[in-house]
Design a protein around this ligand. Structure first.
Ligand code: GUN
Ligand code: ZN
Length: 435
């Protein structure tokens, strides 16, 4: 194979550690005039342009971006692709929202052609927003996941997804059975897990919509295939929590239900975790499980305020999720804008470098993919984005007043959105250019 080297010159910023562990200053690298070298779709070096340019072969093409910032692509650790068409559905909290809007919308994914259309719209939207990896809910239909993985493979994206397992407390048209969910998941795992840059997640929707028998089958799949993910919801809404207590009276708490069925592992992602006690945080940390913090969703559905300090105190891995369609934006920048406000309401400060970490390396770590994505470590996939300092008149004017990269980053995260994403690269290939 011939080697293709490409070089990208701009300001470059990436996280290298969790600010909660090493302090803000040690958590990132920033090159004001930086160079990113990409070799056959992987990062081969990052540094100051003045250091790297002299050693570069004369035939290497250098793409230069002025007034722009290159960062790793964003990692969305919780999102539902079938809910793309029902984002911004008015007026309910979780359980009514599911019954009123979500289930009828997901019914349409029995049709593979519809699923394929939405998968393409969804992926385009992720890339427009600079998200290069996501942990994605399908619908209960296995063809919904085939459609999603086919579209992801065509773009050579690193994506994780799974078929929803749901065998009770949902309309008949949207339920499987414990046995069929096992068989369908198995078929999808055999077909997709480990193919190209794709991974499979065993996906019981949440405890109320699975029988104990189905949760047993979910645990069995995780035992049978190494490296699988487990993706579900946890402690999002107070009525939901009361319902779980009534459905599983023998378990002390919500997390104990999942624990009982052996669903906690290093590759388990629990969306929300808004109402967790200290013991639950401790158990998540012990098992290496992670929480996907989804601020826009938590505010939109009135679910509550995620306690990031508590998660940090117990060293629980945390990623950031948009949770579209309960979440109100595909933009991880806008999701960080809301994350900041969620912490403000609890009298905590979310530092912009911590935000960057949550949206990139923190997500990668929560997904055990930090040796592939989330930073510009050499050998990582070249999944990166170019942020435009002049994306809007206001952004341009506000950034003229910014004194350093920390302030620029915070402004981008507060008033930036899809318009700030000038270009998105996946495995070294440009997959989105803003018009
Ligand atoms: N809990 C169970 N299903 C869902 C869902 O689709 N969205 C959210 N936000 N929470 C859930
Ligand atoms: Zn969700």
């Amino acid at each position: 194979m011939t080697t293709t080297i490409k070089a990208y010159r701009a300001a470059i910023l990436h996280s290298i550690a969790d600010p909660a562990e090493v302090g803000i200053e040690q958590s990132y690298q920033y090159f004001e005039d930086g160079l990113l070298l990409v070799e056959n779709g992987q990062i081969s070096a990052v540094g100051h342009a003045k250091d790297l340019l002299p050693a570069l072969a004369s035939n290497v093409e250098v793409t230069e971006y002025r007034d722009a910032l290159i960062t790793p692509g964003f990692i969305d650790t919780h999102i539902h692709y079938p809910q793309t068409g029902m984002i911004a559905a008015y007026g309910e909290q979780l359980l009514d929202w599911l019954n009123t809007y979500t289930f009828p919308t997901e019914k349409q994914f029995a049709d593979k052609a519809h699923a394929a259309d939405v998968a393409n719209i969804f992926l385009k939207e992720l890339l427009r927003n600079g998200t290069t990896t996501a942990l994605v809910f399908g619908s209960v239909h296995k063809q919904s996941v085939d459609a999603f993985f086919e579209a992801s493979e065509a773009l050579n994206l690193r994506m994780i997804a799974g078929k929803v397992m749901m065998d009770r407390n949902a309309p008949d048209y949207l339920t499987d059975t414990a046995q069929s969910s096992y068989a369908d998941s198995k078929e999808l795992i055999e077909r997709w897990h480990g193919k190209a840059r794709l991974h499979y997640a065993v996906t019981p929707r949440f405890a109320p919509t699975s029988t104990p028998e189905q949760l047993t089958y979910a645990g069995k799949l995780l035992q049978e295939y190494p490296g699988l993910y487990m993706h579900t919801h946890l402690s999002e809404n107070l009525d939901e929590i009361a319902w779980v207590k009534a459905l599983f009276p023998e378990q002390k708490g919500y997390l104990d239900v999942y624990d009982h069925f052996q669903l906690l592992s290093e590759r388990s992602m629990f969306a929300h975790g808004v109402h967790l006690c200290d013991e639950e945080c401790q158990r998540l940390a012990q098992t290496g499980s992670a929480i996907a913090h989804c601020p826009t969703s938590n505010l939109f559905l009135g679910s509550g305020l995620f306690n990031l300090k508590q998660a940090e105190q117990f060293k629980v891995n945390v990623g950031l999720g948009t949770d579209v369609g309960a979440g109100t934006s595909f933009s991880m920048l806008q999701t960080l804008n809301e994350a900041y406000k969620v912490q403000q309401l609890q009298r905590n400060k979310l530092n912009p470098f911590k935000s960057l970490y949550l949206a990139t390396l923190g997500g990668a770590r929560a997904l055990r993919l930090e040796d592939k994505i989330g930073s510009f470590a050499s050998g990582n996939d070249a999944d990166f984005i170019v942020l435009d300092y002049h994306a809007t008149p206001l952004l341009s004017y506000r950034l003229q007043q910014a004194k350093d990269v920390e302030e620029k980053l915070f402004v981008l995260m507060t008033i930036g959105d899809d318009r700030a994403i000038k270009e998105t690269f996946a495995a070294g290939r440009s997959v989105h250019q803003r018009g």
